[in-house]
Each structure stands twice: as structure tokens, then as C-alpha cells.
Design a protein around this ligand. Sequence first.
Ligand SMILES: *Cc1c(COP(=O)(O)O)cnc(C)c1O
Length: 396
Amino acid sequence: MAITPLMPVYPRCAVRPVRGEGCYLFGEQGERYLDFASGIAVNILGHGHPHLVKAIQEQAATLMHVSNMYGSPQGEAFAKRLLSHCFADTVFFTNSGAEAIECAIKTARRFHYANGNPERFKLITFSNAFHGRTMGTISATNQPKMVDGFKPLLPGFQVVEFNDLAAAEAAVDDQTAGFLVEPIQGEGGIRPATDEFMKGLRRICDEKGLMLVLDEVQCGYGRSGTFFAHEQYGIKPDIMAVAKGIGGGFPLGACLATEHAAKGMVFGTHGSTYGGNPLAMAAGQSILDIILEDGFFDHVQKMGNILAEKLETIVKKYPELCLEARGRGLIRGLKLSVPSRDVVAHLRDNHGLLTVAAADNVIRILPPLVIEEKHIDEFMEKLEAGLKSYVPAQAA
Ligand SMILES: *Cc1c(COP(=O)(O)O)cnc(C)c1O
């Protein structure tokens, strides 16, 4: 038997974490890593945050799971609290980001169905987008590495260039249900949508009765310096998928919608066995306890600005290797002139620093939102040491 016990779909690296503490991870031999990846934007409170740990422990001992056949005081309480801090009137809880997007796609299609327009089933999506790995969510992208061998894909998606408002508007036809877009593309290389693009999509949706569906799975939940990234564009979506940070490491996602947009989602149209179970709701509540405290998002912005400034100096200092720094809050990218995957591996293996590679030769920088200036200083030291010692594979 040559196949690995874990299906070999991930090129797993040599880091094998067994313990986490704040902004650090520890491997099997006690090796210490500064974690500026956060499980890909998930561990927003870092590792082992006492408030999250306690909430999960207590809820696990009280009531872990019951069916969604029963009333959910835990779900109602968390939903009300979440909704009171955003555009939405209703929420469906999931266990992952892809499931939240699936629910968002169904909600958008069902809206038009409920209005007597079942032919409006197409979502316009964007180049380099990432929405997950289910059949539906890979159908919403145009990336060969994600779709090859899995065809036929789900019909009803049309991909146009990101940040090209004219192309988005031109793609609208009688079958269009709406747009599905990340306000800040994550996997695509930390590419923020322009103000004009986001406002323009909102305008087109208003004019034509379409659904603006946002994927804030990665950029939402405080990551960009506001609770949700769209707040910085002065627009509101009709439907939004959230996950990653919402559970701080506990598997949880959410599809949020206005009452208007959710008009078709009636009894029996959707469901999930685990979605929103008491344990997940306790985890979600404990995250909100912390991030809704006065000044939390200000802290993210402040740390984000400090990090951005320092990344700018790196770009100036190493112009051959570092082409551009971009992003918002604590979702930052450093665009390189060499494959970012190699540099991410070098920083990891030789400098004890964890970051994430993204498309477009970008190193993704996604620290826990609770970092302090000393962590940024340590990050910059490791990054700069790594850039200095990095020798491109072909030159070595
Ligand atoms: C991670 C991610 C997803 C998928 O979330 P999963 O929990 O892995 O299913 C969807 N959209 C975006 C923008 C993401 O970053």
C-alpha cells in the first residue's frame, strides 16, 4: 500500500504542530513557530485563548449536539447578536465556508424562483476567485487546478475579470441572478476590490433587481479592520457567506441574508445535521464576546497600519524581490518577483515563521487579530532575515 492514510490531496510540509499558545505554534520536537497564517485566517484570537477554550469546555459538558428538529435557544441567541451587528435579518449556520457559499447560491437562485423568474439562475463570478471545494463552489471559479477531472461542473456561473465593472455589467443578461464576489480576494493574492467596482456592482443589482452575494469567508470577521470588509466600501450585500474567523478554530460558517433576499428559503428548502449545534454556538458567542469589545477593531486597524508601513519599507529596501505590499487591516500580501511558495517554505523551514502562499506570487500575511507590536517586530526580523538569506532555486 503506497497511498498515505490521509488522502494525499495536500502537499503537507514538515511542520507538524502539536500545541499552540497565543501567536505561536509548537512542533513535535518542541520547535517554535511565529504563526502569521492563523490556520488560514481562522484563529483570530490566536491559539488556546482561555475564553474560547472555557466556552467550548463548558458547553461540551452541558449539551454538545441536538438535531435541528428541535428549538435552539443557543442558535437564536447567537443569531440575534450577530444580526444586530450587520446588514442581515436572518442567518443559516453551516460547518464550513464552502457550505456557507452553497447556501448563498441556493438563496440567490431561490429568490428569483420565488419571484416567478426561475430562469434567473446564473451568478456572475470573478477571475482568481476562491469559494471552496464542493462541486458548486468549484463551478464558480475558472481555475484549472481546481476543476480538472471533476467535470461536468454545475451550470449557472459565468466568470469575468475581477475589478472590471464594465465587463461585469456587460455580462448581465436575462438569466442573471446576481454577482458572487470577495471584497478582498484571499487565495487570489490579497487583491482588494476597488471602491468603484463594489459600488458599481451594488448599483447594477439595485437597478436590475439582482442579488449582491459577498464571500467574506476570509476577509470578514474583523480581519480587514472592520467587522465586515464591505463596511469600508459603504455598501451592503443582499446575501453574505462567512466562516473561518467566526468560530476562531471551531468549524462554523454562516450564510447571512436580508429578509427580502431570503424570501425563497422556506420550510424544507435547506438543512444541515450539525449546522449551528449548541457547541458551535458557544464557540461563536465567545468569539463575539472578545471582538465586539470596545476598541477591538481599532486595534486591528492600528496593527494593520503598523504592519503595512513596515512592509512598505521592505518593498523599498528589496525592490528586486519585493514588488508590492497590499491589503487592509490584518489581511496583507507581499507580492514577490519569485514563486511565493518557495519563499514561504524558506521562511518556515529556516526562520520559524509561518505565512501562506497565494496566487500572483503573493505571500499572505494573516496573523491572529490579537497580535501586539512586539509580534510585528518579530515578524519583520524573521521576514527580513529570510529575504536576505533566500536564494532562488534556479540560482542555487
Ligand atoms: C476558505 C475560503 C472558502 C472555503 O471555506 P472552507 O471552510 O474551506 O470550505 C470560501 N471562500 C473564501 C474566500 C475562502 O477564503
